[in-house]
Design a protein around this ligand. Structure first.
Ligand SMILES: *Cc1c(COP(=O)(O)O)cnc(C)c1O
Length: 413
């Protein structure tokens, strides 16, 4: 049996790309007493988080908050806008995109999967899992769909299984260039509040987010940011829905309330997270993640190991996928690092199992936490008998030292 009376000293290094570490300030906010969700105080909290999330998604239109993980918000996006048998164009960037396809099939939709079709010498069994969305493939397919049978285009903004960020503005341009009416649905579950995302400007119809990644919250709530076109589509969409229905939510949300019991204490945390993100400024939040990504990639490059992302310009600011040498089980290395150094790294998902692991660098972190993470990996590799070209710790130290972040004092000014 698992012994729960043991706890290592110091803080655990939770370096998986979600859930990310929850700052003490948010944990404290969440420890407030649970209040009556129909009482007068709740409306103030509800209104604050609903309007705050519009700013985070950069939209003037509604954001729905569900007491569910990201998967629930995926389902909500589809069942509110589509009908049984509808064809949808889904781009496969990796494991999360593939899981979304599976969900669409189970709902009774007919996904058509597009993706990178060239030979992949790097990972022949997972072609395209390491590249971003190629918007031209979407444009070509939509141009051929003269009868407009495809009702939605679905893409993942930040593919958390590979560490690749896609250009969503280019996808919007592709849909417009083909003069196609399909809705644009974007999974930004690991992108929101870490990677530049502009709901209105990029003409996104449904943006899907979740609490446990860039928002620095525990798992438990997720989001649909919806456009007026998505709300129009809802009026004729025939997939069954009850818990996920936007119409009742929108009605109650007008005064900051919910049709059923919301996750009150996670919403306290969300209010705090919104304050923290707005005080820093979203542009600075994005730049902070870019800088961390570059520092960690400097370490991996020094090790001489390949990264799962094969398009350097599309490397994710949120996580880095590290490919282990052929014959070295990435999960065995990961387990050893966990047991010896109390550091959690993300496992290789789906087709990437055993071939790579993922280093999360998002949310409530800092340079020294990332250096410790790099050090943990480096020790783990050495103990696993993996020969590294050079020290990643030194490379990351050099990167961070040469690229100063705005100092705490500057931030306060
Ligand atoms: C984490 C994640 C999901 C799944 O969300 P859950 O909260 O685990 O249901 C989906 N898509 C992406 C891109 C993710 O990072």
């Amino acid at each position: 049996m698992l012994k729960l009376d043991f706890h290592p000293t110091g803080k655990h290094f939770l370096q998986i790309p979600g859930p990310s570490p929850v700052p003490d300030r948010i944990l404290r906010a969440m420890s407030l007493p649970t209040i009556d969700h129909r009482g007068p105080e709740f409306g103030v909290l509800g209104t604050k988080v609903l309007t705050g999330m519009q700013a985070i998604f950069k939209t003037r239109h509604p954001v729905i908050i569900y007491p569910a993980s990201g998967t629930g918000a995926w389902e909500a996006a589809m069942c509110n806008t589509l009908s049984p048998g509808d064809a949808v164009l889904m781009y496969e960037t990796g494991h999360f995109a593939a899981l979304w396809v599976k969900l669409a099939k189970r709902l009774g939709l007919v996904p058509e999967v597009v993706g990178w079709s060239g030979a992949d010498e790097f990972m022949p069994h997972a072609p395209g899992w390491g590249r971003g969305v190629q918007a031209d493939l979407i444009e070509q397919r939509l141009r051929k769909d003269t009868e407009h049978r495809l009702k939605a285009v679905c893409v993942v903004h930040n593919e958390t299984s590979t560490g690749v960020t896609s250009d969503i503005a280019a996808v919007r341009k592709a849909i417009d260039a083909a003069r196609h009416p399909a809705l644009l649905m974007v999974d930004t579950i690991s992108g929101i509040a870490s990677v530049d995302y502009r709901h209105d400007e990029w003409g996104i119809d449904v943006g899907i987010g979740s609490s446990q990644k860039g928002l620095m919250l525990p798992p438990g709530i997720s989001f649909n940011a919806i456009s007026p076109r998505a709300i129009e589509a809802m009026k004729t969409a025939r997939l069954p829905r009850s818990f996920w229905s936007w119409d009742e939510m929108l009605e109650f949300n007008k005064d900051g309330y919910f049709p059923y019991t919301p996750s009150t204490n996670v919403l306290y945390g969300l209010a705090e997270a919104i304050d923290m993100l707005q005080a820093e400024g979203l542009d600075k939040v994005f730049a902070r993640h870019e800088r961390w990504g570059a520092g960690v990639r400097a370490a991996v490059a020094a090790w001489g190991l390949p990264m799962q992302c094969v398009e350097p310009a599309r490397a994710s600011p949120v996580l880095t996928g590290v490919v282990t040498p052929v014959g070295v089980d990435a999960d065995a290395v990961r387990r050893l690092i966990y047991e010896r150094f109390d550091l959690s790294l993300g496992t290789g998902l789906g087709k990437l199992k055993g071939r790579m692991f993922r280093i999360g660098h998002l949310g409530d972190s800092n340079d020294l936490a990332l250096l410790a993470t790099v050090a943990g990996c480096e020790m783990g590799f050495k103990l696993s008998g993996v020969k590294l070209a050079a020290s990643g710790i030194l490379a990351a130290m050099e990167y961070f030292a040469a690229h100063p972040a705005p100092s705490v004092l500057q931030k306060a000014a």
